[in-house]
Design a protein around this ligand. Structure first.
Ligand code: BES
Ligand code: ZN
Length: 598
């Protein structure tokens, strides 16, 4: 089965190891690099090996002896520029390695180059990569599909005074000469290749866990993520040994477009989880869970994305339950359900984009990143758990991860495995349960498990009291976490008045809050209700934070009206240069931004 998002033909010749040498040049914002791939030939007649690349400038292609190899560059497919082009290298019988010299483009999608001014400590520039889903090809010529795994070693040269980190065995101190060596001994797919370079310090948390961040931030980050070791230990208790040695997190500058990215051994995270009260650590549980679901058992291609994300959301919640208790985990589940129904509503109840198994073959795989894969996936697994009981389901999942470690999984193979190992042995319990309706059908099936949150019931009571005239300051909100505040704000009536919003703001200081999750939902409401006192803070927020999940709803809320659209364009014009490619790509399309408006 071919990967629809890769030109490579690993069925003919695949790669098994990468030796990467790179010079990181902040002056030209390019990497000058050499990628030496060890080949695995699957046929004696194989005469070429094909790599994916996008925007790379190739300077040389040689074999293990330094002898020149012929190569050709293909042309981009009409309407699918995101795929880049194939690089086909002619190989001979004695060709064991292909060594490609190249330079990246200054606007390589995977690379974000930040000026010193865009960092927290403002002393050094910063670089980070984001390879998932198909952006690795913009910084390394590679067989860029999740079905091809390889080990790697790297030698990376950066300006003196800076630290370099990869999804590999990492240094904990800045080297004198700016030279770093990396080794990843477990086989990983290209979308887990990662690099970060900056003024970065390290602080340990537990036995095999720690945090990297800019020096002035590392203590705050370590405090916030203090439960990481416990999470890792609990995760191992659930589904088996952690396969990757160390688990560290790097907290990146705010333009990182995602919440987190599960780069092996080193999760990349947004600083928006550093809320000051440890209330947003579920993100770490999520990225950590990917060490099993995704990094160990990997979706075969991006149409099977739910096998990565749905399993991870399920597993994340199990870790959160272990570490923070059932009432805490229940809040997260209810929020997930609400987001899921909103997404189904938005896509349309019969839209094929609400199937777990997606059809993205003719589309950018980034389109698949919705609450469907994540939350419908997790609720499907909760249905399985509810059907056979937690004990049996845990044995099933544990065995699933261990028996498919370092392999790929597609939806059809998973369904067959599920039939054999869970459904057949528990036939009676599964009577009347239609698995296919969840996987190949739309919307949220009727048998979706119902979760009730005790803590949210208290929020709902407070809300009812407020509606009946209790002043905000008298509501019992003392022990509320971020999640309770989200429940509260999201449940405020659509027709809320400016006076009511002012009173809430006076009592709870929503406008200007440092908690980005709370800010995001409050600002969305403010835009819908044209609550102008929040506008300056919205402007500041959109210029400071680049996490796409926060940006899209706010810009969307603005473009509904003529004046809102003008406001959106004014802010976007200033903020766009600070956003990552991933966010810009989404927002350009949403706002109808055209290059001339720059
Ligand atoms: N692997 C994803 C991020 C991703 C998915 C990047 C698809 C590119 C393409 C990561 O594990 C993730 O799911 N991040 C979430 C956080 C999470 C707590 C749901 C995010 O960034 O919001
Ligand atoms: Zn994820």
């Amino acid at each position: 089965m071919r990967d629809p998002h890769s030109f490579s033909r690993p069925d003919q010749v695949s790669v098994s190891h990468l030796d990467w040498l790179a010079y990181v040049d902040f002056g030209t914002t390019t990497l000058t690099a050499n990628a030496t791939w060890t080949l695995d030939k699957h046929s004696d007649r194989a005469s070429q090996v094909i790599f994916d690349m996008n925007g790379l400038h190739i300077t040389s292609v040689v074999d293990q002896d330094g002898d020149t190899l012929e190569y050709s560059l293909g042309i981009a497919m009409e309407g699918r520029p995101y795929l880049g082009i194939p690089l086909s290298v002619e190989i001979r019988e004695n060709t064991q390695k292909v060594s490609i010299g190249y330079t990246t483009s200054p606007n390589a999608a995977a690379l974000q180059w930040l000026t010193a001014e865009q960092t927290r400590d403002k002393k050094y520039p910063f670089l980070f990569t984001q390879s998932q889903a198909i952006l690795a090809r913009t910084w390394i010529p590679c067989q860029d599909g999740p079905g091809v795994r390889f080990t790697y070693e790297a030698q990376v040269e950066v300006p003196p005074g800076m630290l370099a980190l990869m999804s590999a065995e990492n240094p904990q101190h800045i080297s004198e000469d700016g030279s770093y060596h990396f080794k990843m001994e477990q086989r990983i797919p290209s979308y887990l290749m990662a690099l970060a370079v900056g003024d970065i310090a390290y602080k340990p948390i537990g036995r095999n866990t720690g945090v990297y961040a800019e020096p002035s931030y590392v203590d705050a980050c370590a405090w916030e993520l203090a439960d990481m070791q416990d999470m890792l230990d609990q995760a191992e208790g659930l589904y088996g040994e952690y396969a990757w040695g160390r688990y560290d997190v790097i907290v990146l500058p705010p333009s990182f477009p995602f919440g987190g990215m599960e780069n092996p051994r080193l999760t990349f995270a947004t600083p928006t989880i550093i809320a000051g009260d440890r209330s947003l650590t579920a993100l770490v549980a999520h990225e950590l869970a990917h060490s099993w679901s995704g990094n160990l058992v990997t979706n075969a291609n991006w149409n099977d994305f739910w096998l990565n994300e749905g399993f991870t959301v399920y597993f994340e919640n199990r870790i959160m339950e272990k570490v923070y208790g059932k009432d805490y985990a229940d809040m997260l589940k209810v929020l997930e359900y609400n987001d899921l129904s909103a997404t189904v509503e938005e896509f349309g109840k019969s839209s094929s984009d609400t199937h777990l198994k997606l059809e993205l073959s003719d589309r950018d795989p980034d389109d698949g990143m919705s609450d469907i894969a994540y939350n419908k996936g997790a609720y499907f697994l909760r249905l399985l758990e509810q059907t056979v009981g937690r004990e049996k389901f845990d044995v099933f999942l544990h065995t699933y991860f261990q028996s498919h470690a370092f392999e790929v999984m597609d939806t059809e193979t998973f369904v067959a495995y599920l039939q054999e190992h869970l459904i057949e042995p528990n036939k009676a319990a599964f009577e009347g349960i239609d698995i296919n309706a969840w996987i190949y059908g739309p919307g949220i099936p009727d048998n979706c498990p119902v979760v009730v949150s005790e803590r949210f019931n208290l929020v709902d009571s407070a809300l009812a009291a407020w509606k009946n005239g209790t002043p905000p300051a008298e509501l019992n909100t003392k022990d509320w976490s971020t999640h309770e505040w989200l429940r509260f704000i999201k449940s405020l009536p659509d027709e809320i008045t400016a006076d009511q919003m002012t009173a809430l703001d006076q009592a709870f200081s929503f406008t200007g809050t440092g908690n980005c999750e709370v800010a995001d939902v409050w600002y969305e409401l403010a835009l819908h209700r044209q609550y102008e006192p929040a506008y300056p803070a919205i402007d500041t927020f959109l210029c400071a934070v680049g996490r796409r999940k926060f940006l899209t709803p706010l810009y969307k809320a603005m473009i509904g009206t003529e004046s809102g659209k003008a406001m959106a364009m004014d802010i976007y014009k200033r903020a766009r240069p600070t956003y990552h490619y991933v966010a810009v790509n989404t927002l350009d399309a949403m706002l109808g931004w055209d290059q001339e408006e720059r």
